[in-house]
Design a protein around this ligand. Sequence first.
Ligand code: ATR
Length: 286
Amino acid sequence: MVINGATGLYGIIGNPVRHSLSPAMHNAAFAKLGMNRVYVSLKVSDIEQGIAGLRALGFRGVSVTVPHKEAVLPFLDEIDSVAEKIGAVNTLVFQPGQDGKVHLCGFNTDWLGATTALAEKVNLQESRVLVIGAGGSAKAVGFGLIEAGAEVIIANRTAASGKALADWLDASFVPLAEAEVASVSADVLINTTSVGMEPDNEGIAVPPAILSGFSVVMDIVYAPLETRLLREAKAAGCQTLDGLAMLLYQGIAQFELWTGKEAPRAIMRSALEENLEKMWDSSLQN
Ligand code: ATR
């Protein structure tokens, strides 16, 4: 890769960001398409100063991750209508404004990630989907599913936040208790909680015995890539989608917003897989 005076600057802002797989995915895509652009990880604690810095330095596109997805909103010039509805932004596009200043618009591509991956396996318009969790990821996933015409059921440990999300989505709610979850009949199950994420490798958000009732089981956890949920789902005869699927498809949508070009999907997926192994390398510093 040649970096010179014409190299376009892209990156991810978050805290922490050292484990992010997005640089590997986007740099592989830029390289594949022969684009003189680079994507870097940027640890940002003060979001207002961070945004001012990105504007001043001429960044063209930036991904936003935890904890800034909502906090960034006041510092944008424009918010895409879907991002505004969700109340969170994961993608920034910087463009020259009419007044010579940078015009900064925020988008959300998280909601597309799960839906696009699932749409390759099932007809979402005819599917009932059980979403486990009610945090920011569940909100984006649930929004995408409703947009795609699926029927959504939210299951959450804490009833108040689960019911609040279900109401917002116009979906139904069940407590995350064995008997209640087992009584739900649905085609797809998606785990949006951190249950099963390293070092909780044996964690599973639902009783394994219910998995055979679903045709597709998806996990948004990608460390480990094969979570206990996915291992048990495979054993129960379900099709599975791992956490890299969601990361990949939200990244594809970002890449296409930034470049206007079709994203090289296979290269991006391979880059994610190759770098997953290195992600926990203790030599990576914050
Ligand atoms: P994110 O933005 O990544 O979705 P979050 O907003 O912290 O993260 O949401 C985490 C979700 O995972 C919540 O729904 C949380 O359940 P509660 O609302 O009951 O806290 C869920 N979650 C986290 N750890 C869990 C566990 N051990 N068992 C069940 N649910 C869990």
